[in-house]
Design a protein around this ligand. Structure first.
Ligand code: TYM
Length: 336
């Protein structure tokens, strides 16, 4: 039997280098294998948790879809869809909600971070926290379990969510006495599990420190790279590659041999400006050809929409019977 690989991206922003190396690139590589059945999607239900700006969500969906396709995804081979086209997902979310311990959700990083921030500020711990944020991990579990995914390629920040999906699946299987769900495993590429952003913290839409993969074109990419924060060591002074986000980003795009050579150049005291130019040129080798397809795709939203509609049909052909089976098993009418 083929391994089911599944991953999604939330439609709240412009795809950045972190999304690309953490999720898109490994996922596209996995999808080319013959023993893999891949499911990739735009998580627009998740977007509603973070954004109430319809135009932003719509634009982000188009950009993310075009990015997947430009990165080499073959929609004939892969099931490529928009989360909100699959009504079985919110339905399954409810089934899972009813077996999920509230205590499990209390421990979710994103929820806890908001509570801790409020507490530190001396406010009501739940101030501004929506039930959507609280339920985020259950919705994500439904994304994964609706397709019985075995492997989920993600960056490090998503590990806890996959572990929670496993817990929820186990609990459901236990309560209803059958292996309804496979237990999903996280797939992490250690080297790129957390790509740093402009300021050295994790590259993230929420920190506003991202380097967009395609948006704004080549000049924008170069300008962003020139803004990566570096220490004050001057040309000629040795740099420490291991504490440099510039080097970490370079490594995510380069071969072993190229990384060794760049490491040596930093130790030998190459100036930061020159080092940034080297990084830019290395990135361009991989990004430039994809950017051309991206620009062509983004100008044709109707084509993308058609691809997503086809993907939704394929996805529902799997999620539909799965949810019907669950409805029967838990005492509801299947409706099919
Ligand atoms: P999102 O949209 O925040 O990020 C999409 C993917 O990009 C990875 N990523 C990174 N990887 C390395 N370094 C970084 N700096 C970096 N920033 C982001 C993320 O780890 C993620 O893999 N909840 C998810 C979307 C989602 C999902 C799912 C994923 C919804 N349902 C089911 C997998 C399976 C999210 O918000 O990712």
């Amino acid at each position: 039997m083929k391994t089911r690989v599944l991953t999604g991206i939330t439609t709240t922003g412009t795809p950045h280098l972190g999304n690309y190396v953490g999720a898109i690139r490994p996922a596209v590589a996995a999808s080319r294998r013959d023993d893999v059945d891949a499911f990739y999607f735009m998580a627009d239900y998740h977007a509603l948790i973070k954004s109430d700006d319809p135009a932003r969500i719509e634009r982000s969906r188009l950009e993310i879809a075009a990015t997947w396709l430009a990165a080499g995804l073959d929609p004939q081979k892969v099931t490529f869809y928009r989360q909100s086209d699959i009504p079985e997902i919110p339905e399954l979310t409810w089934f899972l909600t009813c077996v999920t311990a509230k205590g499990l959700l209390n421990r979710a990083h994103a929820y806890k971070a908001s509570v801790d921030k409020n507490t530190e500020a001396g406010e009501d711990p739940d101030a501004g926290v929506t039930a959507g944020l609280y339920m985020y991990p259950v919705l994500m579990a439904a994304d994964i379990l609706a397709f019985n995914a075995n492997k989920v390629p993600v960056g490090r920040d998503q590990i806890q969510h996959i572990e929670m999906a496993r817990d929820i699946a186990q609990r459901f299987n236990h309560i209803y006495g059958r292996e309804f769900f496979a237990l999903p495993e996280v797939v992490i590429e250690e080297q790129v599990a957390t790509l740093p952003g402009l300021d050295g913290r994790k590259m993230s839409k929420s920190y506003d420190n991202t380097i967009p993969l395609f948006a704004g074109g080549q000049k924008h990419l170069r300008d962003a790279i020139m803004r990566i924060v570096t220490d004050s060591r001057l040309p000629g002074e040795a740099k420490d590659p291991d504490s440099s986000s510039l080097f970490t980003i370079f490594r995510a795009f380069a071969s072993e041999a190229e990384s060794t050579a760049f490491r040596q150049a930093l130790v030998d005291g190459i100036g930061w400006g020159e080092a940034k130019q080297v990084l830019f040129e290395r990135l361009e080798v991989e990004v430039a050809p994809m950017r051309e397809s991206y620009d062509a795709l983004i100008a044709r939203p109707a084509v993308i929409e058609e691809i997503l509609q086809e993907g939704a049909k394929k996805a529902r052909a799997i999620a539909g019977p799965k949810v019907a089976e669950l409805r029967d098993a838990i005492g509801l009418r299947s409706g099919t």
